[in-house]
Ligand binder design. Structure first.
Ligand code: BJW
Length: 248
């Protein structure tokens, strides 16, 4: 591994040199939309560790009201705020996006090639395996009272947000597609992620092993626990990405 460097993205990765750019995004890209991050100062789980504890598969079904409060709330705020400048840069450049976010903001920005590793709060799934219903979550309109669990339109059972909990496996097709995407990437940008959660973060060393230049864009200059990156662009991605777009 090379020594990490703190650089400008346009210097280390001139746009014209790369033809297969893949972005792995995390909560930091949506922070400007007021959604908040999970870890670190001001993170949801730093402030409310009990909420993080409720986000495990082994807490099902008792945690379903909390899941709707947290994940439904995030998608509602995303619908109100709209995508950030950084989401729009990725959409404008047609960058392939692999996101850990469940907020739908990449699609709202116009990105058409988006793999949602951790699912989507815009979808709901029936808790009853014999039913198997999956569909859009109805998050338009005024928020329901805290603790509200929407009924399954197919069987009347309980719906949960179609979001991947700790201890649950990722959708195998999405995970396979993400691996294939990074194997063909020549530039991998990790944007606004603490690089803490597996298996998502394994995609960076995979991309590196297949020859991609791997660059970490983060506002925080502390290095991630796992550091497979060639370089670190330290700064607000709402500034560093638009600067990259402006580069001729
Ligand atoms: C900016 C910025 C700006 C801010 N500009 N930067 C023990 C028990 C059970 C499981 C495990 C265990 N130990 C390990 C595991 C595995 C577990 C895991 O990784 N846990 C870790 C926490 C230790 N992973 C899983 O359980 C996963 N499943 C799994 O492994 O299945 C087996 C499998 C194996 C192989 C292949 C396939 C499957 C599932 C993980 C699901 C994660 N889901 C969550 C929500 C959970 C709750 C729920 O769904 O209800 O998704 S976790 C949470 O973290 C959320 C995020 O997507 C994810 C990543 O966080 P992210 O996006 O990086 O956010 P932050 O807050 O951490 O960082 C934000 C960053 O932005 C910061 O660095 C800021 O500095 C930066 N930033 N503003 C630039 N303006």
């Amino acid at each position: 591994m090379r020594e990490p460097t703190h650089v400008d993205l346009a210097d280390i990765a001139p746009r014209g040199r790369f033809h297969n750019v893949v972005a792995l995004t995390g909560a930091g890209i949506s922070a400007a939309a007021g959604l908040g991050t999970f870890r670190g100062a001001g993170g949801l789980w730093t402030a409310q560790p009990d909420v993080e504890a409720a986000m495990h598969a082994h807490e099902l079904p008792g945690n379903v009201p909390a899941l709707w409060d947290v994940w439904g709330g995030i998608r509602r705020r995303a619908l109100m705020a709209g995508p950030s400048a950084a989401h729009q840069v990725l959409a404008e450049l047609g960058v392939r996006v692999i996101t850990q976010n469940i907020d739908g903001l990449h699609q709202d920005a116009g990105s058409t090639d988006v793999l949602e590793l951790h699912g989507s709060a815009g979808r709901a799934a029936c808790l009853n395996p014999a039913c198997g219903y999956r569909g859009r979550s109805d998050l338009a309109g005024p928020p329901p009272p805290p603790g509200h669990v929407p009924p399954c339109p197919a069987c009347g059972g309980q719906l949960r947000p179609d979001v991947v909990l700790f201890g649950e496996t990722l959708d195998p097709h999405t995970w396979q597609a993400a691996q294939e995407a990074v194997e063909h990437a020549d530039l991998m940008l990790a944007i606004g992620t603490s690089a803490f959660v597996t298996p998502a973060i394994w995609l960076v060393p995979m991309a590196r092993d297949h020859g991609a230049l791997c660059v970490n864009l983060n506002v925080d200059d502390s290095l991630p626990r796992l550091d497979p990156f060639h370089a670190h662009v330290i700064g607000d991605c709402q500034e560093t990405l638009p600067r990259w777009l402006e580069q001729r």
